[in-house]
Design a protein around this ligand. Structure first.
Ligand SMILES: [Zn+2]
Length: 264
């Protein structure tokens, strides 16, 4: 029997026929492709990335509810818009998950800026009176001036009041993904993920639950005081109806990632 080529199928109900799949050439697009703008940026960690504006295909990835449910939409979107990351081409979601959280947020802000321009419009709901206010901010004036680099060291030793020795580091995309997968995420979990070891042993959230109150409070204070680098996406909003002032974060608004879409 002659070797079959790989592009053959055997339909059900017939003994052993072989059907060749015709590979028809796709008609050439009548319009030349518009080149996507790219820019090279230095990350808060000191790394370098070449980013490009997002295309309509990436917008569809981000809005894909199946990918959203699997928690994959965001890193597919992010990795698609990064041309090279620290010299590596063919950037994958695994590469973006390994990045520090501050690098990820900075990449997002710069990709949005490159793709849609400096101005970001979003709606937010007043926590006091539920009025929906429309706001507009400038990325270059409000967000980019808050850029803070990461220190060169990425792991730190700290001794708790009980004498326990802690090694802690910074939040990565992996931690963010684990948080997003939780049914009932708490900011305490994210802090716990930053603890690499306790007295030389790998730490788990359960290890930290067994600390006494003073150790837990001291650890929280220490981690909160050292969040690492990146940009702040916190925006002050004054409610148009009751004048209450509140803070909202850009990444919590769908219109930040997909301008023009409104909150559902
Ligand atoms: Zn209000």
């Amino acid at each position: 029997m002659p070797a079959e080529s790989s592009n053959t199928i055997h339909p059900k109900g017939s003994p052993d026929p072989v059907i060749e799949i015709q590979s028809e050439p796709r008609p050439e697009s009548p319009q030349p492709k518009r080149p996507l703008s790219t820019v090279s940026i230095t990350l808060p960690s000191g790394g370098v990335a070449d980013i490009r504006e997002v295309s309509g295909a990436e917008e569809r990835i981000l809005a894909n509810e199946k990918l959203q449910r699997k928690g994959e939409a965001f890193d597919l979107w992010l990795s698609s818009a990064i041309v090279t990351l620290n010299g590596k081409a063919d950037v994958t979601p695994a590469d973006t998950l390994a990045l520090l959280a501050g690098d990820r947020m900075y990449l997002i802000v710069r990709i949005i800026e490159l793709s849609y321009g400096d101005s970001v419009d979003f709606d937010s709901t007043c926590p006091r009176c539920d009025h929906v206010s429309q706001s507009s901010i400038s990325i270059s004036e409000t967000i980019l001036p808050t850029l803070k680099p990461y220190p060169e060291k990425r792991e730190f030793e700290f001794v708790l009041p009980s004498g326990r020795k802690i090694i802690y580091g910074y939040t990565t995309g992996m931690h963010e993904r684990a948080m997003a997968a939780k049914d009932d995420p708490s900011p305490m979990d994210l802090l716990a993920m930053r603890v690499r070891s306790v007295d030389g042993f790998p730490a788990t959230p359960q290890t930290l639950d067994e600390f006494d109150g003073r150790d837990r409070a001291t650890l929280r204070r220490k981690l909160m005081s050292d969040p690492g680098g990146g940009v702040s996406t916190a925006v002050d909003v004054t409610c148009e109806a009751c004048k209450h002032r509140y803070v909202t974060h850009l990444q919590d608004h769908v219109s930040f990632f997909l301008p023009g879409l409104r909150q559902r």
